[in-house]
Design a protein around this ligand. Structure first.
Ligand SMILES: C[C@H](O)[C@H](O)[C@H]1CNC2=NC(N)=NC(=O)C2=N1
Length: 102
């Protein structure tokens, strides 16, 4: 799967929620704050299920109530449609949680 151009990435981010492009790292990232640590871990579990289904896996960093998700396609060295698709799925999962920190 081909690496997306800067324009394609910006376009794709416009259809996602709160994802940022890190051009230096060639990744996209979203940080989500929940009401506490267990809620953060629960979200990680939901993302893990979706990732296994997709056969595509984000880098995940949990710091107390905050989950940082970073996506790239390692095999391609950049952002591809696989990352955009998993990011959209993550957005659905985040949307569905009542445990977000407002
Ligand atoms: C064989 C298997 O599909 C690959 O190793 C997958 C697994 N999950 C992956 N996840 C991510 N984020 N990037 C990859 O390149 C990748 N490769």
């Amino acid at each position: 799967m081909a690496v997306l151009s800067e324009e394609e990435i910006r376009d794709g981010l416009g259809r996602l929620t709160d994802w940022e492009w890190d051009s230096e790292a060639a990744t996209i990232r979203r940080s989500v704050r929940l009401v506490g640590f267990l809620e953060a871990v629960a979200l990680v579990n939901e993302v893990a299920q979706a990732a296994e289904q997709a056969g595509h896996h984000p880098d995940i960093d949990v710091r107390y109530d905050t989950v940082l998700l970073v996506l790239s396609t390692h095999d391609e060295g950049g952002v591809t449609e696989k990352d955009m698709a998993l990011a959209a799925r993550v957005d659905e999962l985040v949307e569905g949680t009542a445990r977000l920190k407002e």
